[in-house]
Design a protein around this ligand. Structure first.
Ligand code: M6R
Length: 360
């Protein structure tokens, strides 16, 4: 049950530090060595390209892990929207390896692609929260997120849990490959820091509630912007806000705004910028924020320690860059939750939606 919580979503947001720690105990031993099925590692080592197939939030989680997977496994990663790939796959590489990301393990769009890869005899891994689910049974391999039941339609802990699970996979494959970055990446320590960063963000609920009250309560539309890893988080953040608060929101690559979309900015249009600790791009994103502010936007800046400034609205504790999608998404989950709550909506059961989409 949801205990003292008004909605499952808030409970599930709060569970995320526990999910991170659970994954450490699940996929690493006491000495910090990876505990990932050797057959999965071998199958990925034998492949020349990883294809991640998923829908919605799980698709966004794939993006959150893409850079890390490529860096640590030396293998290109391509993302596919399940519903698009179901009706004709693009030209595949010689030795593809498929990863299906699915909280429920029951998403029909993803299953349709899995049926095709099975017909082609291609190896696959399902990363899911539900043991024994259809996608888990039908794929060659399974890795469980172990996040506990996710009841709210809006997915939160499955997103962060999926990225963390893929981190163990990426490190395990990278170590087997002798990849120096993989060896140097102290995942157990870094993921513990992520758990702490999440806890720090969770203690900012009141501040986030106030930001929502002042700047998001009345609006019909909003933007999330960011570059690189932050752009991927922007896509997930905007999906979450749309899904449960019905605010029309676009997640945008910050540098693309000036190529057209900036014409939508009016007085008081909320523009939420995500600026993680990547000095190479942080200054550019700040420049994009200024461009929108000078056109009347009401900017909200979520910045990570290291590149944060005193007047930023929300500061997130710094984590390893591979894992920033996990820590940066937390304030955006709370923003979506608060916006839905303050608008008096049913946070857990948004209109027109089901938890698992079992139709194509
Ligand atoms: O169970 P799955 O991860 O396969 O579900 C995929 C999407 O339907 C799901 O993530 C959906 O986008 C969420 N309701 C978003 O919060």
């Amino acid at each position: 049950g949801k205990g003292t919580y008004p909605f499952y979503m808030l409970k599930e947001i709060d569970e995320q530090p526990t999910v991170m720690r659970h994954l450490i105990s699940e996929y690493a031993d006491e000495n910090g060595a990876m505990k990932v099925d050797a057959d999965i590692i071998k199958a990925i080592q034998a492949s020349d390209r990883i294809y991640i197939i998923a829908a919605g939030t799980s698709y966004n989680a794939g993006f959150g892990a893409k850079q890390m997977l490529e860096d640590l496994t030396n293998t290109p990663v391509e993302l596919g929207v399940a519903s698009e790939w179901g009706y004709g796959m693009p030209l595949l590489s010689q030795k593809p390896f498929f990863i299906f990301l699915s909280q429920s393990g029951e998403t029909a769009d993803s299953r349709q692609v899995l049926v095709k890869t099975n017909e082609l005899g291609l190896p696959s891994l399902t990363v899911t929260n539900v043991p024994g689910s259809t996608l888990s049974r039908e794929a060659t391999y399974t890795m469980l997120i172990g996040a506990g039941p996710e009841i709210a339609v809006a997915s939160t802990k499955a997103y962060t849990g999926q990225i963390a699970t893929l981190a163990f996979l990426a490190k395990a494959v990278g170590e087997a490959e002798g990849n120096e970055k993989a060896k140097a990446f102290d995942l157990v320590t870094e993921l513990s820091l992520v758990a702490q960063s999440i806890e720090a963000s969770l203690s900012e609920k009141e501040a986030i509630a106030n930001i929502v009250k002042e700047r998001l309560l009345e609006t019909r539309n909003a933007f999330y912007i960011g570059r690189k890893q932050d752009y991927y988080v922007a896509m997930e953040a905007s999906l979450k806000l749309k899904e449960i608060s019905y605010v029309q929101c676009e997640g945008f690559a910050a540098g693309e705004l000036k190529h057209g979309t900036i014409s939508l900015i009016e007085k008081d249009t909320p523009v939420i910028a995500l600026i993680s600790n990547n000095p190479e791009v942080a200054a550019h994103t700040r420049g994009n924020v200024m461009e929108t502010v000078s056109r009347g936007a009401a900017a909200i800046v979520i910045a990570e320690e290291g590149v944060a400034r005193e007047d930023d609205d929300i500061v997130v504790n710094a984590v390893h860059p591979y894992l920033s999608a996990i820590s940066m998404v937390i304030p955006t989950q709370l923003i979506a939750y608060e916006t839905s709550l303050q608008r008096g909506l049913d946070v857990d059961k948004p209109r027109n939606l089901a938890k698992a989409v079992t139709v194509e």
